[in-house]
Write a protein that binds this ligand. Structure first.
Ligand SMILES: *Cc1c(COP(=O)(O)O)cnc(C)c1O
Length: 497
């Protein structure tokens, strides 16, 4: 299986090279040359597999330059080394029609672990196969969660180093504590004086510095990023859609071949695109419900065919979905345009030049065959956290609540009673202040630190705090570096000496 660019670049890449390169040389995203398909008999065979074996089978369809043994090792190191419980993605059944797929049992209590725990494994194997690269240095600017998930994933990975920059002002106390207490021999965490955009721009400038790239190359390093457009982050997300479906078959709630819906809280469109890919290769899905928050660019696009990023950026209680440019949408455009690279390149140019693009009705119709979309406002999201708790004695974080609220809107609008799985992307304790205020009122958190609220939420609800968030304030601080944007390159240079 080879990978090609959504913008028509002539050369095709192996899975290894696509993972190490990240983005195609023409700026496009890597997509599989063709999609494998699984029929019902093949699905039935997958039914009895545990998470790791299922993951290995699905990866073997897409990463055929890896041996089964290599895939097996990658999968076990990622999901069966103690970072996840024995069942990495448990399914909680709330009602006849609604279950919740919990993707937050990894080392940072959020769904990005599902991909970032295995991406470094893929990279370590890929480096050994690749003739183009020998050591990788990952650089990331983070506004919070991705940084910690990447650090936890790349910690002690072979032939890979990672450096994370976070803005001095702009990450929460808990996010910061998670990062600066990270252990590992191959990593560095540095605070940048400025906001997230400053840190991001600094990293982009380093990526664009050809001279510096040559210097690093002489030391054996290729710079790479771990962001969510990497195909090695997308594929791991396909697995849990199959897992959820097969779990419902195993517990008798579905008969093999029945269709289900998925409700996915969406930001950069990576998680939900993986659901679409699962559908393409044979998972029986009725509708994919795309839920956004007040930054509803994507839901407007799905309903109107017009993508308009020129609007105010709203800081919400579901910050991981506060996004106006959803990069992975490019892969969907590629698919529903009949793999028309000219159309895709044109749309991306419009977006870059004007912040806006619009697609023909045929493309909107094709998208609406698979997707239904709406958004949840902040008061609606908080109300949902409260009602799910009182109705089912179940806790959801604000991102998951956005998904469930939009699912409710879907049911009201369509009357559809198809069994639905809502994807849960973060532990409620990761966003404890919002959850506590939704349940007990704003006054309940007044004057309290995030760590106090965490303990109190656990006491009041009887839910246990996940291990990664417990006792964070008692860990030793290992990374104290602070620099100006202008010194970021020097920091990288010193780290990779
Ligand atoms: C990243 C993230 C999302 C959005 O996922 P995308 O793949 O970017 O659409 C939703 N919820 C949480 C908690 C996240 O961290």
């Amino acid at each position: 299986m080879l990978y090609k660019s959504t913008r028509g670049y002539s050369e095709k890449f192996s899975f290894s090279d696509a993972v190490l390169t990240g983005i195609a040389p023409d700026g496009g995203l890597f997509v599989p040359e063709e999609f494998p398909t699984l029929n019902e008999a093949a699905l039935e065979k997958l039914c009895e597999l545990d998470y790791c074996s299922l993951a290995r089978e699905i990866f073997s369809l897409f990463a055929d330059d890896f041996t089964k043994e290599e895939l097996d090792t990658c999968v076990k190191n990622a999901y069966a080394d103690g970072s996840f419980p024995e069942e990495p993605t448990p399914l909680s059944v709330l009602s006849n029609n609604l279950s919740v797929l919990e993707l937050w049992h990894g080392p940072t209590s959020a769904f990005k672990d599902m991909a970032l725990q295995i991406l470094p494994e893929f990279m370590s194997v890929a480096i050994k196969k690749s003739k183009k690269h020998n050591k990788i240095a990952i650089l990331t600017a983070t506004s919070g969660d991705t940084g910690k998930a990447a650090l936890a994933g790349f910690k002690d990975a072979e032939n890979v180093n990672i450096m994370v920059f976070y803005p001095v002002s702009g990450v929460s106390e808990m996010q910061k504590t998670q990062m600066i207490t990270q252990e590992g021999s191959n990593l560095s965490v540095v605070a940048v004086r400025g906001n997230f955009d400053d840190a991001q721009t600094g990293v982009k400038n380093i990526f664009g510095d050809k001279e510096f790239a040559e210097v690093l190359k002489e030391r054996g390093y290729t710079l790479s990023s771990a962001n969510s457009i990497n195909i090695g982050r997308l594929l791991p997300q396909v697995v849990y859609y199959f897992y959820a479906y097969l779990a419902l078959v195993r517990n008798g709630r579905l008969t093999l071949g029945d269709k289900i819906n998925f409700a996915v809280p969406t930001g950069n469109f990576g998680n939900i695109l993986a659901c679409y890919y699962a559908t393409k290769i044979g998972l029986p899905v009725n509708k994919i419900i795309c839920a956004t928050n007040d930054n509803n660019v994507v839901s407007d696009f799905i309903t109107t065919g017009i993508y308009n990023s020129k609007r105010p950026f709203i800081l919400t209680v579901s910050p991981a979905m506060d996004i106006l440019i959803s990069s992975n949408l490019e892969r969907l455009l590629f698919d529903v345009s009949g793999e028309n690279t000219e159309i895709v390149s044109g749309l991306q140019q419009d977006l870059k030049a004007n912040g806006v693009y619009s697609v023909e009705k045929e493309m909107t119709d094709a998208i609406n065959e698979y997707f239904w979309s709406s958004y949840s406002t902040q008061p609606e999201c908080c109300k949902t956290i409260n009602s799910i708790h009182s109705e089912f004695n179940y806790l959801v974080d604000p991102h998951t609540a956005v998904g469930i609220d939009v699912y409710d809107k879907y049911v009201i609008s369509t009357g559809d009673t198809t069994p639905t799985v809502a994807v849960s992307t973060a532990s409620p304790f990761k966003f404890n202040k919002t959850v506590a205020e939704a349940l007990y009122g704003e006054a309940s958190t007044e004057g309290k630190s995030e760590f106090e609220i965490l303990d109190e939420l656990s006491e009041k609800t009887g839910w246990e705090i996940p291990v990664p968030l417990r006792d964070l304030d008692k860990k030793s601080i290992l990374h104290k570096g602070v620099c100006d944007v202008s010194d970021m390159k020097a920091e990288v240079d010193a780290f990779l000496k």
